[in-house]
Design a protein around this ligand. Structure first.
Ligand SMILES: Nc1ncnc2c1ncn2[C@@H]1O[C@H](COP(=O)(O)OP(=O)(O)O)[C@@H](O)[C@H]1O
Ligand SMILES: [Mg+2]
Length: 345
């Protein structure tokens, strides 16, 4: 649905030009949620902004549904692409409902239709419209404002949504709630989403695919499980093993994560001690994966102190856990505020 082909973006600077994006090729399929992750300055935002033509590539081509975005009317293009940014970007003098209905208003929908749509979306993002529709942004918490930002991006039912660190400015517990909420919403509305973050846990939780960027280039483009199985280079390994955001994982051991062993360990299979924390196992996997030692395995064995295999952990399960355990708290402030019902993780 979205294709970037050898896209580069150079910003003219006073000194040498800044190559913010350097020969990036990414394809995003319909209904897919692709996460762009990388350190600050790695070119994530610029990549995203070229998709909805807020920036123009200096080289390469971007297509949406097979059509070069340069050939599309800018205004039409942006109507078909929802956009969520870090600080919500809400209009302070508009009510919540009017903020949600900004694009429908541009599209000339009737007042009644706009209001109905705003209410529907507020309910979808866990803000009961009868309580929130007529408030102003300043009367909402940061997390609630982000929910409004998501509702607004979905208002005109665009097939594509771009989200640039949408939950970056909220506290970790609220962020966890918003992430789970986004997963529920995505299961319901099935948009094609490009999601930027610098939080590896968020990437593992949300991404169908993760595109790792550094210095304007794509370092790796893989499913979460493949990223763990075969980290592309030491940069990926360092990123996976990094403490930031992953601290919660030092208290859960592989023993707790393992499922019953499907049989005897095959010779040469990877075996890790059940006493290892998930965090340490992530580091270990990074090292071994980089060596390509278990390049084709689906997971690894877990052994007791005597070295006897006691269970098995698939990479898929491991990746999902990396995403879910981090900062996990069932105390979702959204629901404390009467927001929404139980959200399946
Ligand atoms: N408008 C601009 N003019 C000059 N340099 C820019 C501009 N926008 C971004 N850059 C530079 O491009 C690089 C990538 O920025 P950005 O895409 O915002 O990275 P990220 O979103 O990954 O933090 C950075 O070095 C940044 O300073
Ligand atoms: Mg950015």
């Amino acid at each position: 649905m979205i294709a970037l082909e050898h896209v580069s973006k150079a910003f003219p600077g006073r000194g040498p030009e800044v190559r913010a994006v350097d020969d990036v090729s990414i394809a995003v399929g319909a209904g897919e949620l692709v996460v762009l992750i990388g350190p600050s300055g790695s070119g994530k935002t610029t990549t995203m902004r070229m998709i909805n033509r807020l920036e123009t590539p200096t080289e390469g081509r971007i297509t949406v549904n097979g059509r070069d975005v340069r050939d599309l009317n800018e205004v039409d293009l942006r109507r078909g692409i929802g956009y969520v940014i870090q600080q919500g970007g809400l209009f302070p003098h508009f009510t919540v409902a009017d903020n949600v209905a900004v694009v429908p208003r541009l599209l000339g929908w009737s007042r009644q239709k706009r209001r109905a749509r705003a209410h529907e979306l507020l309910a979808l993002v866990g803000l009961p419209p009868e309580r929130f529709a007529d408030r102003y942004p300043r009367q909402l918490s940061g997390g609630q404002q982000q929910r409004v930002g998501v509702a607004r991006a979905l208002a005109a039912d665009p097939p594509i949504v771009l989200m640039d660190e949408p939950f970056g400015a909220v506290d970790p517990i609220t962020r966890k709630g918003l992430q789970k909420e986004l997963r529920r919403i995505q299961a319901e509305v099935q948009k094609t989403i490009v999601f930027v973050t610098h939080d590896i846990a968020e990437a593992f939780l949300l991404g169908d695919r993760i595109v790792l960027m550094a210095d304007g280039r794509v370092v790796q483009d893989a499913t979460p499980a493949d990223l763990l199985r075969n980290p592309a280079d030491p940069f990926v390994t360092a990123f996976i093993g990094e403490d930031r955001g992953l601290r919660g994982l030092q208290f859960t051991t592989l023993e707790e994560l393992a499922e019953p062993a499907p049989g005897a360990a095959t010779p040469g299979a990877m075996v890790l001690s059940g006493a290892l924390s998930i965090l340490d196992a992530g580091r270990e996997l990074g090292r071994h994966g980089a060596n390509g030692r278990h390049g084709t395995a689906n997971g690894f064995w877990v052994a007791d102190a005597g070295g006897n295999p006691t269970g098995y952990v698939s990479f898929q399960r491991f990746a999902a856990t990396l995403g879910e355990t981090v900062g996990a708290s069932d105390a979702d402030p959204g629901s404390a505020d009467g927001g929404h019902g139980g959200v399946p993780a």
